[in-house]
Design a protein around this ligand. Structure first.
Ligand code: B1M
Length: 213
């Protein structure tokens, strides 16, 4: 669909205003929000990722593309969040220490809020101590960790260990995700759940909260 490739192209050029206008136009043309996200915004971001890997674009280009992505997803938020049964529960979420990637984490947060969960956003570069302290102080049933770098995903194991050390491991579920994370890795570090995308993460969190109620 032309409008989706226009969104992808504007995102790759880092044109945030253009992305917002095109996303609004696609919504007005009744293109489903999921398609706008996956075939427009994420498509563009994946191409940028490939070019970044091949040294065809550099950090500044990736940053403006990321800003355009965040602006575009903000327009989609009410639509992505609209469906589904409302659930009860509180979750804290963050990108692990050493890692500044927050687009995936923001999408997970958006989907969870759409399901009615309260989400405490700890931001990026979050230490294991900060995750556990937030879960304790804010009575969160779930700690959600996102990592995009192979060099930072091991911090997720430290979050599990910190929860054990501080005596709350049997009171919280620990969910992990992000591009380099796998189900096998999640099992290896003793996390409770790996999901590959934001929508599945929200479904899993709702199921955990219902189980723990
Ligand atoms: Co970075 N970066 N980056 N980067 N960056 C990657 C991740 C990389 C794969 C690029 C590449 O080489 N192809 C590579 C990592 C290689 C590796 O570790 N194997 C990389 C690198 C190397 C780096 C730097 C080290 C580069 C440098 O400085 N030399 C540096 C590190 C900085 C740091 O964090 N300390 C860096 C910096 C940056 C920017 C700041 C420029 C920017 C981030 C801006 C921002 O986030 N605000 C950036 C970006 C944008 C990317 C790419 C291009 C896009 C990432 C993204 O947002 N994807 C990325 C390449 C790529 O992924 N194709 C790349 C879209 C997002 C929706 O996907 O986050 O995977 P993702 O989320 C998905 C799922 O994973 C899942 O849900 C989402 C989909 O529904 N998910 C979860 C995510 N978290 C979850 C948690 C869950 C469940 C599911 O449960 C709790």
């Amino acid at each position: 669909m032309q409008i989706l490739s226009d969104i992808s192209s504007a995102l790759q050029r880092g044109k945030a205003k253009e992305v917002v206008a095109l996303v609004e136009q696609a919504i007005a043309e009744q293109v489903p929000a999921k398609e706008i996200l996956e075939q427009g915004l994420l498509h563009g971001m994946n191409i940028i990722g490939e070019k970044f890997k091949n040294n065809e674009v550099f950090v500044p280009e990736v940053l403006v593309a990321a800003r355009a992505m965040n602006k575009g997803t903000a327009v989609l938020k009410p639509l992505l969040s609209a469906e589904g049964v409302k659930a009860n529960g509180r979750v804290c979420i963050g990108t692990v220490k050493g890692d500044l990637h927050d687009i995936g984490k923001n999408l997970v947060k958006m989907m969870m809020e759409g399901k009615g969960l309260e989400v405490v956003d700890l931001g990026t570069d979050v230490s294991p101590e900060m995750f556990v302290q937030a879960a304790k102080e804010q009575n969160c049933q779930i700690i959600c960790c996102s990592a995009l770098l192979t060099t930072t995903m091991s911090v997720m194991g430290d979050v599990v260990k910190e929860a054990e050390k501080q005596g709350i491991r049997n009171q919280v579920k620990i969910m992990v995700g992000g591009a380099p994370v796998t189900e096998g890795f999640a099992a290896q570090i003793g996390a409770d759940k790996y999901t590959s995308d934001a929508a599945s993460a929200a479904d899993a969190a709702v199921a955990f909260c219902a189980e723990m109620a």
